[in-house]
Design a protein around this ligand. Structure first.
Ligand code: ANZ
Ligand code: ZN
Length: 667
């Protein structure tokens, strides 16, 4: 017997926040329709689910309610499991992972150590984004418009020792390999943009190296600006020489030049660059009309060097918060920074800690955690008290699913080989430069360390859109337009909610929740329940329906697949068996008996449209006729007839097209 082909179908794991909201449902319901069809098509489908359980929201909620985050998370997961079951998805619950469990985060820590050993994790004192409300540093990816992505407090810069992952080593591969992924173009574009590769030149202005992507504007450079962290910023020279024209130009220090980008110094061309213009006007500096020069020539002439520069910065992964995986590092006064031996993993997060955030790591106040022995010299030593960003935990969870109980390895080589990479990944677009970039980095790093043999985690990716409130607005408690999926499941059943979500709009766009719409679906399913085999079956319509439903589900066009099924029922000439089989992925309760049926195949010959005779008119008079496909459109028809002798030489002013009937050329 032929082995079934594997299909790893993955949905983004939910955060253990306590409630499965309609957005989760929208992610998971239609995604499961796809997974179920794959299964019926004969694939060996693996569709796991788990919980992202560490992190700030759990900790904040626990502080608010005065209960331990571990307890809060546990309660939530219990409740969410039930809600998830109500979706009726084909989840393999044996594969469940919970990222806050020691048996899981043991491996998060183990990966940290592998990265550390190989120079991909390092500690550095650096200016960091710090959220005064969450009392922790944040990664660049978690700062949006200078605000904390969680609480929208304006972040401040703080200079602290922090742990980083060297994602910048992978900038080029992260960029290049996007080309081979079946991902939404917009998501790829956003990653490209975030990585921000640019080609420019480093040019020397009397010892100050500037980075510019526009060496051709050098004659318009009327001053030089240093970032405040530039080595010369404390004592900058008053003037430097522009090497292109030997002019003396002044030097300034300003915050609009970033220290961590390029060389941390720029040549300012106010005539061509807006930021330079603003600065020049504010400070009454010279603005000179720029004569552009050949970039290649000028770089050679001033002996500059061409360089590739990236916007991407290393990933800041340490957090001064309690509810996370401890970073497995020990500080010894004799031996310095020492990694925890692998055999001592996991470094268990202690339970009884005062975890209210103070800006210092809460673990620092837990003496029995901090005090330890140096693994090298056995002398008294201290543990690192920062924990890891939860995005580290979720960067590899899809690997653990395939072998969640393995105590010896994060997952066995065989199981990884059998299931990975993920064939289809479905989830929100809001993770574009966070989770989706981090997981790609993780996978590439693991590949280089010889731990996996693929270098992209998610071959295909689809995003769901947003379900809006009845009023067409974003759902929010204050607007009172929040839809609770549980209520609807209770009232109409899981099948109806699934199918209504499929129907609500194009999947990647979503749409407003409409109480009338969901009743329509309920009625449809009630009607289907009572259907009997029709006396006459329309074979052509049957095969057309199979084709459309199959292709639509394949392309995540669930809404049009549902309409097609409705039309099929309405025709009155359906094949009941086929109808129920096609419905099975959408309404698994109703079509219980059909899940094990093979997915129906269609016969292309039976679908082939007959041709019609299209009338060709010129200025309203019939001049010609041509055989065409019934569903030909205006553009195609025009293309087709343009080359005909009677038409070739005409100057066509306007085209009137009546589908299936005629085309009239006004000349
Ligand atoms: C002169 C110039 C003229 C520039 C002009 C731009 C336009 P990307 O494409 O993002 O790499 N720049 C260089 N280092 C910088 C830093 N540390 N902080 C802020 N700005 C910096 O942008 C590169 C351009 O951004 C560089 O080219 C430099 O300004 C500025 F019409 O040089 B340009
Ligand atoms: Zn030591």
């Amino acid at each position: 017997m032929k082995r079934k082909q594997k299909f790893y179908h993955l949905v983004m794991l939910p955060y253990a926040s306590g409630d499965l909201h309609i957005g989760h449902w929208y992610n998971y319901g239609p995604a499961d329709v796809f997974a179920r069809m794959k299964k019926m098509q004969g694939f060996d489908v693996f569709s796991p689910i788990g919980f992202d359980a560490f992190g700030l929201p759990a900790e904040n909620a626990a502080i608010e309610r005065g209960i331990h985050p571990a307890k809060w998370t546990k309660q939530n997961i219990k409740r969410m499991r039930q809600q998830l079951r109500s979706i009726n998805a084909i989840y393999d619950w044996r594969a469940e992972v919970i990222t806050s469990q020691p048996k899981y985060y043991k491996w998060t820590q183990w990966f940290f150590l592998q990265f550390y050993k190989n120079g991909l994790a390092y500690r550095k004192k650096a200016p960091c984004n710090f959220c005064p409300k969450c009392q922790t540093v944040l990664a660049n990816e978690q700062v949006i418009d200078e605000k904390c992505e969680r609480c929208e407090t304006k972040v401040i810069q703080k200079e602290i020792e922090q742990w980083f992952f060297k994602i910048t080593d992978y900038a080029d591969r992260l960029l290049k390999d996007l080309d081979k992924l079946d991902w939404p173009e917009k998501t790829k574009a956003m990653q490209r943009n975030w990585i921000g590769k640019s080609k420019g030149a480093e040019i020397d202005f009397s010892g100050i190296k500037v980075f510019t992507t526009r060496p051709d504007t050098i004659l318009g450079a009327t001053f030089v600006v240093l970032s405040s962290d530039h080595p010369w910023a404390k004592n900058p020279p008053k003037y430097v020489i522009n090497p292109a024209n030997q002019e003396k130009i002044p030097v300034f220090v300003a915050d609009y030049v970033l220290s961590e980008y390029g060389t941390g110094a720029i040549m300012a061309v106010p005539d061509c660059d807006e930021r330079d213009m603003v600065f020049a006007k504010e400070n009454n500096l010279l603005i000179k009309k720029t004569k552009l020069v050949d970039p290649k020539e000028i770089v050679k002439e001033v002996k500059g060097i061409w360089r590739i520069n990236y916007r991407l910065r290393d990933w800041l992964i340490s957090r001064q918060r309690y509810w996370g995986a401890p970073i497995p590092i020990i500080y010894c006064s004799k031996c310095g920074e020492v990694s925890v031996p692998e055999k001592d993993l996991p470094v268990v997060l202690p339970k009884d800690v005062d975890f209210k955030p103070t800006g210092e790591s809460p673990l620092a106040s837990c003496e029995k955690f901090v005090k330890t022995k140096c693994p090298k010299c056995q002398g008294l030593a201290k543990r690192e008290t920062d924990t890891m960003d939860t995005f580290v935990c979720s960067s590899w969870y899809f690997l653990r699913y395939v072998d969640p109980k393995n105590a010896k390895r994060f997952a066995s080589k065989e199981k990884i080989k059998k299931w990975l990479p993920v064939d289809m990944y479905v989830g929100g677009a809001e993770h574009t430069v966070l989770h989706l970039l981090y997981s790609r980095f993780f996978t590439k790093a693991l590949k280089d360390l010889g731990l996996v043999d693929f270098d992209e985690p998610f071959i295909s990716l689809r995003h769901q859109g947003f379900i809006l409130g009845q009023d067409g607005q974003k759902m929010s408690k204050s607007r009172g337009n929040v839809v609770n999926p549980d209520d609807y499941v209770k009232k109409y059943g899981s099948d109806t909610v699934r199918m209504y979500l499929c129907f609500i709009g194009p999947y990647s766009q979503g749409g407003p929740w409409n109480p009338k719409g969901i009743i329509g679906i309920k009625r449809f399913l009630d009607k289907v329940k009572k259907l009997k085999q029709s006396k006459e079956i329309d074979q052509k319509l049957t095969h057309k329906t199979i084709k459309k439903v199959t292709n639509d589900i394949e392309k995540f066009r669930f809404n049009t697949a549902v309409s097609c099924l409705m039309e099929y029922v309405n025709s009155g000439n359906y094949d009941l068996e086929i109808l129920m089989t096609l419905l099975a992925p959408f309404a698994p309760e109703l079509s219980k008996k059909y899940h094990h049926k093979p997915w129906p195949k269609y016969d292309e010959k039976l679908i082939k449209e007959e041709e019609i005779e299209l009338i060709i008119q010129i200025n309203g008079k019939v001049r010609d006729r041509v055989k065409v496909r019934t569903d030909i459109d205006k553009k195609e028809a025009l293309e087709l007839i343009k080359q005909r002798p009677k038409i070739k030489d005409l100057k066509i002013k306007r085209v009137i097209f009546v589908p299936g009937k005629l085309i009239n050329l006004v000349v």
